[in-house]
Ligand binder design. Structure first.
Ligand code: EZ4
Ligand code: CO
Length: 412
């Protein structure tokens, strides 16, 4: 039986997975149609890259050949329902890569940037936040100043915790990245909740004292607290009017957010490790959060992310897409198209990619006065140079593992 749902006679003739490391590992899916149109998607799952590459190469690419590239929703459902084994980071990242590549193709065929296909621009630009960090407060303040001087309207502030050797969010050297997943084997960090809880309000007080309240201030807790500890942190940060605190607790436990919320008016954001709308359902419908931070690449692509954001819109919850450097420029551009077009956009994370990524990915987005725009090139607006990618072979890398002082494993 024919599965074609449009009038085009175009079919998918090739689906290829390219793993490369221009600055860090990226997995890219390239789909080609019988009309010679190509589309690209990002299938990067930091520290577990090859599993998605295999899922695509061994199990998904063969299914795409001969299918109608215009039938994005049908292909999405075919890969999701047709696999029987649903959800999970590997599956949903693979589906996301297919989805984004097909939107890229649809845009190129139509001669329109993807945001136009999604309904057009709902705003002039996308507010992004930069990543400031420092080994102490003066260094952090210098870094915040740099972002403000560049025009950023929002800054995330992370800093070393006195007495804790290595902490999430700290840059290594002068590069833009802070967690390049730096070892052949995982490095270890040692966590101390008490020291952290004492320190964060002092740090935020210093930032507000120096720069005032005329910009958005954010902070990532990175899943490390219990609900009652997170409630304590939220309360202690209320004077500094945070835009949000992100991932306060390990979010498998959606109900935990009810307790945090009963105690604090500091806005809550969560979702970067979620993979589907089902991971967000309870948090959204019970109004337990303020921002949903699912990403294009780890939550099923543009098609699925839009469904999540539409559900959130019903409940007055805004978007805040994950945009760390381990999401390739393809995902980041795709996120900008979604951000520009949805009514309930809140904030977009922007962690600049590491050189020499430009040798492989050519982007058309712009940054001006704190706002980003995906550009008006047809499709996603990112070009991928396969020959250049071949110069940067895959390198095995892991994210760090976190332990407590007694040696037990803690959330990283
Ligand atoms: O640690 O994407 O908000 N950003 C983050 C990220 C995550 C990485 C993990 O691969 O928390 O920096
Ligand atoms: Co985060």
């Amino acid at each position: 039986m024919s599965t074609s749902t449009s009038t085009t006679t175009s079919t998918i003739v090739e689906a290829k997975v390219i793993v490369s490391s221009p600055g860090r590992n990226y997995v890219t899916l390239k789909i080609t149609t019988s009309d010679g149109v190509t589309g690209i998607g990002d299938a990067t799952l930091n520290g577990r890259e090859l599993s998605v590459a295999s899922y695509l190469e061994d199990h998904v690419c063969p299914l795409l050949i001969g299918k109608d590239p215009a039938a994005i929703e049908r292909i999405w459902q075919y890969l999701y329902k047709g696999a029987y084994w649903r959800r999970g980071p590997v599956t949903m990242t693979a589906i996301a890569a297919v989805d984004v590549a097909l939107w890229d193709i649809k845009g190129k065929v139509a001669g329109l940037p993807v945001y136009q296909l999604l309904g057009g621009a709902a705003r002039e630009g996308v507010t992004v936040y930069g990543h400031a960090s420092g080994n102490d407060i003066p260094q952090l303040l210098d870094d915040v100043a740099k972002f403000r001087d560049r025009g950023f309207r929002a800054v995330r502030a992370q800093a070393a915790v006195p007495g804790v050797a290595k902490v999430y969010g700290m840059r290594k050297g002068d590069g833009n990245t802070y967690e390049p997943a730096d070892g052949e084997l995982p490095s270890e960090e040692c966590w101390d909740t008490g020291k952290y809880l004492d320190w964060v309000p002092r740090k935020m007080a210093a930032v507000r004292e120096r720069f005032g309240y005329d910009f958005h201030l954010l902070h990532d807790v990175h899943h490390r607290l219990t609900p009652i500890e997170a409630a304590h942190l939220g309360k202690s940060l209320e004077p500094f009017r945070m835009f949000w605190i992100e991932d306060p607790t390990p979010a498998e436990d959606q109900e935990a957010f009810r307790l945090i919320r009963q105690h604090t008016t500091t806005p809550l954001a969560v979702g970067e490790i979620f993979n589907s709308i089902w991971d967000c359902q309870h948090l959204i419908t019970e109004r337990l959060i303020d921002y949903i931070r699912t990403s294009v690449s780890h939550a099923g692509g543009i098609s699925h992310l839009r469904k999540i954001f539409s559900l959130a819109e019903l409940y007055g919850i805004r978007s805040g897409s994950h945009g760390a450097g381990d999401l390739s420029p393809v995902s980041f551009a795709a996120a900008l198209h979604v951000d520009l077009s949805v009514q309930n956009f809140g904030m977009q994370e922007y962690m600049e990619h590491l050189p020499p990524y430009q040798e492989v990915f050519t982007t058309s987005w712009t940054f001006e006065d704190g706002l980003m725009h995906p550009g008006d090139a047809p499709g996603i607006g990112v070009e991928f140079d396969e020959e250049a990618a071949a110069r940067f072979p895959y390198e095995r890398k892991y994210l760090p593992v976190n332990t407590l002082a007694d040696g037990s494993v803690h959330d990283w």
